[in-house]
Design a protein around this ligand. Structure first.
Ligand SMILES: Cc1ncc(COP(=O)(O)O)c(C=O)c1O
Length: 349
């Protein structure tokens, strides 16, 4: 059976707003491959468009916004931290599709900046309606609950006024968004095939798990035997993989597949986030400089730098055998380089 053909046909049965630039490039990192003794490729989802900054969210949002348009929604709500890439990309893509975007953002940095920086600055330029919820020393989860409650009230009010409101969870992490990464997996596999290559390992940064869910679903759908290594950028329990598997299976059902993903189909790398989300690590700083100085490619301190440092450690420690074909999935996040000093760390030194 031609799995690729079937997958493509299934993906065409669900709504999608084609806003990003696909396929993104995939190319070999020759200098680092020579250095480390593996055959290393990079999937450039930092180049998905739609604005200057790209990233993995564009894949998810094509399907989420496609769904919203198909069902007649006029307003999109979503959540994140003040430096959320997802929220910023949501604002961009809503603008492109004539939808209003409303962002509920938790401020974890407790900084009093003179003017907004990085993604928050972009949210303002893009003209999104932004509501900031200061964490005020609370746990992030507690502030998130407040954001959800405020959003719920605004949705209620706007619906009374006749609007149709579509609420996207943090990171776009649900079965609709993850479908974007089933498509991404097929795209990557096809590109590797054209190069007469087959991936043994895929590394990427994981937060909410939506990207991982889509990759795992794509892997199952295409019967690929690559191992997916997901480097967590914040503390996570292994049990989170059950939630990820559920999203993956819902995405598969959404496109009409009866394939199944199990938590054991994924590998969580839990030891590379340092002190936590948005807290820089020495290893990620070194990894950012190594990739920049060897290949001229930039990764960010919050997500992709930590994932790259995790991958380097797995290769150098022999966990990934020499000679393996590895794909590093660059999920974007470029604006993190320009965020508050507490988030950026000392990447210039
Ligand atoms: C640049 C970047 N990489 C990786 C991730 C992780 O993706 P996910 O939330 O789907 O796990 C995110 C978003 O959270 C991101 O912005």
């Amino acid at each position: 059976m031609d799995h690729m053909k079937t997958a493509k046909e299934m993906l065409q049965t669900v709504p999608r707003s084609r806003i990003g630039f696909f396929p993104t490039p995939l190319h070999r990192l020759n200098n680092i491959s020579n250095d480390l003794g593996v055959n290393l490729y990079i999937k450039r989802d930092d180049m998905t468009g739609v604005n200057l900054f790209g990233g993995n969210k564009v894949r998810k949002l094509e399907f989420l916004i496609g769904y919203a348009k198909e069902h007649g929604y006029d307003t999109v709500f979503t959540f994140g931290a003040t430096q959320s890439n997802h929220a910023m990309e949501t604002a961009s893509m809503c603008n492109a599709q004539g939808l209003k975007s409303i962002l509920y953002l938790v401020d974890l940095t407790e900084q009093k900046e003179e003017r907004p920086k990085a993604n928050l600055l972009l949210d303002m330029i893009l003209g999104a309606e932004v509501h900031i919820i200061p964490a005020n020393g609370r746990e992030e989860a507690e502030a998130d609950l407040e954001a959800e409650e405020l959003c719920r009230k605004q949705v209620e009010q706007m619906e009374k006024e006749g609007h149709k409101c579509f609420v996207i969870p943090e990171g776009g992490a649900n079965y609709i968004g993850s479908t974007g990464f089933i498509n991404g997996y097929a795209e990557m596999l096809e590109q590797m095939e054209q190069l007469n290559e087959k991936p043994d390992y895929i590394f990427h940064a994981t937060g909410t798990g939506g990207t991982l869910a889509g990759l795992a679903a794509g892997r199952a759908l295409l019967e690929s035997d690559a191992s997916i290594y997901s480097v967590t950028v914040s503390p996570k329990e292994l049990s989170h993989l059950e939630k990820v598997a559920n999203i993956a299976n819902e995405s598969l059902r959404y496109i009409g597949s009866d394939k199944t993903v199990l938590p054991s189909d994924m590998h969580y790398e839990l030891s590379y986030y340092g002190e936590g989300y948005e807290k820089p690590t020495k290893e990620a700083t070194e990894a950012i400089q190594y990739l920049a100085r060897k290949e001229g490619i930039i990764v960010d301190p919050v997500y992709t730098g930590k994932a790259f440092s995790g991958m380097l450690d797995c290769i150098r420690s022999g966990k990934i055998p020499q000679g393996s074909t590895v794909v590093f999935w660059h999920t974007g996040g470029a604006t993190g380089i320009f965020a508050e000093p507490e988030i950026v760390g000392e990447i210039w030194k």
